[in-house]
Design a protein around this ligand. Structure first.
Ligand code: CP
Length: 304
């Protein structure tokens, strides 16, 4: 497969190679492995960490980057330029594109049109595979292994794409337990659980976290179609009180940003691992770039 579209495209050997490479970069250093490469960062919807994170990862590996934010739409244009046309033009000049787009179909459609790797940095409400790779890298760093891990994923599990991708990656490992905790009406869509080899998946609307290694706070964004009641927000927020029911070794992860899903006074507690998770993201983004950018041009794949 050319590029990184979705976690179900990744087998365990590839995931483990990425985790090992990230570890290598973190502990044994790295060189200018991508010197001479040019990576395009095309973000058609908001991003801080993913966009800047890939920019920094590319810089550390010696690659140059350029950033495009949103579609061009001037008064003389009747409509915004299509992402497909824009990415297709730009793909002729660079070695890889990191792409975020609000339309879930766009990254795969683009990948079918160009002969460079496309790295999906978030496609609508569908997937966010680079974030999920960072998430399991953080789990492995903090716990030692992914096999046997027990995770509670909390939030809007319909709309939070990183949660979909995380389930996809966890399903590649043995004896994994996942509890999907969501407000009523926002449970994990079955297609993200259906074909997965997860031994034990539990669905809940209650914040039960006493028997897990990680609580993954996927997020409850405000002012979306799926906005939840203040009662549900409060009931599903991670507070110091909630942490009292957790194992001492339990760690809270979050792809960030957060609004009030994790109380600020949780930050100084030993359970708070989300800024460490964010820091570790550098090494995984570097591993992702080396995996896909250094492969060079390959033939187009079908858009189907
Ligand atoms: N975690 C994440 O995707 O953050 P950004 O939206 O800031 O890129």
């Amino acid at each position: 497969m050319r590029g990184l579209m979705a976690t179900h495209d990744l087998d365990r050997a590839t995931i483990d190679r990425l985790l090992d490479r990230a570890d290598h970069f973190a502990h044994r250093g790295y060189g200018q492995l991508l010197a001479g490469s040019v990576v395009g960062l095309l973000f058609y919807s908001d991003s801080l960490r993913t966009r800047v994170g890939f920019e920094v990862a590319a810089a550390r590996l010696g690659a140059r980057t350029f950033v495009v934010l949103g579609a061009r739409h001037t008064p003389v244009m009747a409509a915004a330029e299509s992402a497909l046309d824009a990415v297709r033009s730009i793909a002729g000049w660079c070695d890889a594109i990191c792409l975020r787009h609000p339309d879930a179909t766009v990254p795969r459609a683009v990948a079918g049109l160009v002969d460079i790797p496309i790295i999906n940095c978030g496609n609508g409400e569908d997937e966010h595979p680079t974030q999920a790779l960072i998430d399991i890298y953080a789990m492995r760093c903090l716990r030692g292994s992914i096999d046997g891990v027990r995770v509670a994923i909390v939030g809007d599990l319909v709309g939070m794409r990183a949660a979909h991708s995380l389930v996809g990656l966890l399903s590649r490992y043995r004896d994994v337990f996942i509890r999907c905790i969501a407000p009523p009406g926002l449970a994990m869509p079955p297609q993200y659980l259906a074909d997965l080899d997860v031994r034990d998946v539990e669905e809940s609307t209650d914040l039960k976290i006493d028997d897990v290694d990680f609580v993954y706070v996927a997020g409850l964004p405000r002012h979306t179609q799926a906005d939840v009641s203040d009662e549900d927000r409060a009931r599903l927020s991670i507070t110091r009180d909630v942490l009292r029911q957790a194992r001492p070794s339990m760690r809270v992860l979050c792809p960030l940003p957060r609004i009030d899903e994790i109380a600020a006074d949780v930050d100084p507690t030993p359970a708070a691992a989300y800024f460490e998770q964010s820091r570790l993201g550098l090494w995984m983004r570097m591993a992702i770039l080396v995996e896909w950018v250094s492969r060079g041009p390959q033939p187009p794949v079908s858009a189907n």
